[in-house]
Design a protein around this ligand. Structure first.
Ligand SMILES: Nc1ncnc2c1ncn2[C@@H]1O[C@H](COP(=O)(O)OP(=O)(O)O)[C@@H](O)[C@H]1O
Ligand SMILES: O=P(O)(O)OC[C@H]1O[C@](O)(COP(=O)(O)O)[C@@H](O)[C@@H]1O
Length: 320
């Protein structure tokens, strides 16, 4: 069983434009989609599509569109009821492949709700192989929320604790690492690698493999056991104490990269829970990421839609 926690789920709306986006103008959309989203929700959707036993934990009322969407898609979830409606995140896609994302802050969670969410995660983590902590934190939660969740799970289960995977950004990511979350797997993209290490800026590490490996290696010294660093169209790196690898899929036509990182994490976990080696896990991560990027909106791929055989994996020299 793989459990995912999404403290700030979203209804993902994707709006397609037939022309470039013009600020200040009225433009007509040619298509629109709505999907239940948020990072842990997407990971759970992709794991379920890959045949794994998975459970998404999230706040939200039973009649919230995010939850009814999961129900009709047959994705297993457990929700903590909250009075407010969950957020909507909007992605605007242009014909040249440019995507603009606007993410809302989400509803405020109070202290009691935060504690209840942690208790639900602890309860459902019993016997789980992995616990995935993913996405931004809604207003009201302390930035060290993820470190608090990890402490609660590890102190309840000790050596039986699930492995922890973390995919967050900005202050919540930095606080998780600084406050000792020590994840077994960290899934930063290029920008998040820079936020944690100060190396590179924006997404410049996508084009600087050597510096990206150095950044990932520095994180091993901060309690992280493995770093799966995704580099957009440049594939991904896996850096562990045992070695470093790069993997890339042949070029694809990217329709929407929303959810590509979440699918990449799910691909890694699917291979890991099937007993795959480190390079096998990286290969399936990139196969899942590129398949997700070639699908519309935040659609996650089924296993048969991924092409791991096309992914080229290279062993890299470790950084000392
Ligand atoms: N434009 C693209 N072309 C091909 N593959 C892509 C593209 N964007 C993302 N991917 C695939 O999805 C994975 C995750 O994408 P990335 O943008 O790095 O993550 P995130 O969505 O977390 O920012 C990449 O490692 C890659 O396999
Ligand atoms: O919690 P955040 O950082 O606002 O991100 C939430 C958004 O990220 C997504 O999970 C997509 O993430 P990725 O593109 O990184 O895979 C969307 O479903 C959601 O709208």
């Amino acid at each position: 069983m793989i459990v995912t926690l999404t403290a700030n789920p979203s209804l993902d709306r994707t709006i397609e434009l037939a022309a470039g986006l013009t600020r200040g103008a009225v433009q007509r959309a040619t298509a629109n989609r709505e999907e239940s989203g948020g990072k842990g929700v997407n990971v759970c959707r992709a794991l379920s599509a890959g045949g794994a036993e998975a459970l998404a934990i999230l706040p939200g009322n039973d009649d919230d569109p995010v939850l009814t969407g999961l129900q009709s898609a047959g994705v297993p979830y457990r929700n903590l009821p909250i009075p407010a409606r969950l957020r909507s995140n909007v992605t605007i896609t242009e014909p040249d492949g440019t995507t603009t994302k606007i993410n809302e802050p989400g509803p405020v969670l109070d202290r009691r709700e935060a504690d209840a969410l942690i208790e639900l995660v602890v309860e459902k983590s019993d016997g789980a192989a992995w616990l995935v902590l993913a996405g931004s934190l809604p207003p009201g939660l302390n930035q060290d929320f993820y470190a608090t969740v990890v402490r609660a799970v590890r102190s309840r289960y000790g050596e039986r604790s699930p492995l922890i995977a973390l995919d967050a950004s900005e202050a919540a990511l930095v606080a998780a690492i600084n406050e000792g979350a020590a994840p077994d797997l960290l899934k930063p993209n290029a920008e998040e690698l820079s936020q944690l290490t100060g190396l590179g800026e924006g997404n410049s590490l996508e084009d600087n493999e050597g510096l990206a490996v150095e950044a990932a290696t520095r994180l091993l010294g901060r309690g992280v056991r493995s770093v799966l660093a995704t580099l957009g169209s440049k594939g991904a790196l896996l850096v562990t104490a045992d070695g470093a690898w790069h993997a890339q899929h042949p070029p694809i036509t990217a329709l929407s990269t929303v959810g590509a990182g979440d699918s990449a994490l799910a691909g890694y976990l699917l291979a890991h829970t099937s007993g795959g080696s480190a390079p096998d896990c990286l290969r399936q991560a990139v196969a899942h990421g590129s398949a997700a990027a070639s699908l519309p909106g935040s659609t996650v791929p089924a296993l048969h839609q991924t092409t791991p055989g096309a992914v080229v994996v290279r062993a890299l020299a470790p950084v000392n």
